[in-house]
Design a protein around this ligand. Structure first.
Ligand code: GLU
Length: 465
């Protein structure tokens, strides 16, 4: 096989959503798997709906996901001369013709044909008129009236369409812009695309595109039409299902490689394995393992995959991904080892980076606030003497788990209170909350100085009750 070249050709009329990201991912993985090329191309001939901010946000999303492209971005709007050259060639060779039928006339004809029980397609009025290019005229492909058009799909095998289902469709609009079918074929030829991997909502477009390839005398690329992504209720995935743009998942605290893992599993599988690093995916990805049943998006599963990757990623890498979420803290005032140890304690219990920052809060501020209920419940006069003694002993206390454990046991026995009550009182004193990572590790990481300061504050609080 010659070098594999795939492409991702979004229309910049919206942000990158999960379905589009999965299409990009499959194309990227296939290219990487075969040491080929992955091209980014913006299909922006719809000047009204295409917006530069979408171009930027799509590129940002791809970059964040790590789906780097080897060529491009190309913009169809900058390639009009290329489409015109191809169009001219087809016209000169008699494979396409200009048509002067007005929109109104076409509407009228369509209505009449439908009334007569005929297919609504163009009736070929201008096919034999030999019209030349002129403003206001469209260019149509001369579609053969009979015969089969065979789409060889890598996932589904041969799919046969009948040519008489297809009318002489438009290649160039009256304003000179190419239609989607024409631009996509010309670009795929020019960019030497070998594999077109796209959603199966495009399957019905493929026969038209094959006809254009034939007229241009070029072999079509391989096609793989992948099943759509559906929402949990089986309807086409939309915002209603909480499927937002890729960048919103970044804001929510998802790791890019967790999203990649999840998206890859959405319609592709490798035995029973659930978790794949990007490297694994590149090694294992193949089109044959794509499932032909539509994939269902499951936000809970995505969250679980994110939690898995948070738990299984080194804390120094997590720290890097956490940076944008730490803007409200003066993180630079803490040594890196401190932050990393702090992350170690919260990562087994967080599902998103956003949640993680919330759990890290008490590590990152000098002054903590108490949750009202927790303070009321646990910072009581009963524990006061016990806390006072702890404060007194702190300086000389060894901080290993087992030593702290026996120290606290002795302490509660001496003062006749429950271990749980003491532990919760210390937890609230140190973190402000009644739920936190393990107490001993918190004490060690915060360090004696901070612990002392927070204990003093708690004692003050209790005394003022
Ligand atoms: N611009 C088209 C889309 O976003 C590309 C389809 C194709 O891959 O040919 O759906």
């Amino acid at each position: 096989m010659s070098q594999v070249i795939t492409r991702f050709p979004p229309s910049p009329t919206g942000h990158l959503h999960l379905g589009g990201a999965r299409t990009a991912l499959f194309n990227w993985l296939f290219a990487r798997r075969h040491r080929g090329k992955f091209i980014l191309r913006f299909e922006d001939t719809d000047r009204e709906r295409s917006k530069p901010e979408y171009v930027n946000s799509i590129m940002e999303a791809l970059k964040w996901l790590g789906l780097n492209w080897d060529e491009g971005p190309y913009f169809q709007s900058e390639r009009l001369h290329i489409y015109h050259n191809f169009a001219h060639k087809l016209w000169e060779e008699g494979k396409a013709y200009y048509c002067e039928c007005s929109k109104e006339l076409l509407e009228e004809k369509k209505k009449k044909r439908l009334e007569m029980g005929l297919k609504p397609g163009y009736d070929q009025t201008c096919r034999s008129k030999n019209l030349g290019p002129k403003e206001g005229r469209v260019l149509r492909l001369k579609v053969p009236e009979i015969g089969d058009i065979v789409v060889e799909d890598l996932l589904r095998g041969k799919i046969i369409f009948s040519a008489d289902e297809i009318d002489d469709f438009i290649l160039l609009r009256s304003d000179g812009t190419p239609t989607y079918h024409f631009a996509v074929v010309v670009d795929d030829i020019e960019m030497k695309i070998t594999h077109v991997i796209r959603g199966d909502d495009h399957l019905s477009n493929t026969p038209k595109q094959i006809l254009i390839y034939k007229s241009l005398g070029v072999n079509p690329p391989y096609f793989a039409h992948i099943p759509m992504v559906l929402g949990p209720d089986g309807a086409r995935l939309s915002k209603r299902h909480g499927a937002r743009s890729v960048l919103e998942y970044r804001e929510e605290g998802y790791l890019p490689f967790a999203l990649i893992n999840y998206l890859a599993r959405l319609g592709w599988g490798y035995g029973d394995e659930e978790y794949f690093s990007v490297k694994d995916l590149i090694e294992k990805f193949s089109l044959e393992k794509i499932n032909l049943a539509p994939a269902r998006f499951d936000p809970d599963k995505l969250l679980a995959v994110n939690a898995y990757w948070i738990k299984n990623t080194s804390s120094d890498l997590l720290l890097k991904y956490l940076q944008p979420f730490l803007k409200n803290y003066s993180v630079s005032s803490f040594p890196e080892e401190y932050l990393i140890s702090a992350i170690d304690t919260v990562k087994p219990r967080t599902k998103t980076l956003k949640e993680m920052v919330d759990m890290l809060h008490f590590y990152l501020v000098e002054e903590i606030d108490y949750e009202e209920n927790s303070a009321q419940k646990y910072l009581t006069k009963t524990v006061l003497p016990c806390l006072e003694k702890f404060l007194l002993d702190l300086k000389n206390l060894p901080l290993e788990d087992h030593k702290l454990e026996s120290y606290f046991k002795d302490l509660t026995q001496t003062f006749g209170i429950k271990l749980k009550d003491l532990a919760q009182a210390i937890r609230v004193s140190l973190t402000g909350r009644s739920v936190s990572p393990g107490l001993f590790e918190i004490i060690r990481i915060l360090g004696k100085e901070r612990v002392e300061r927070r204990l003093k504050k708690a004692l003050e609080f209790i005394k003022n009750l």
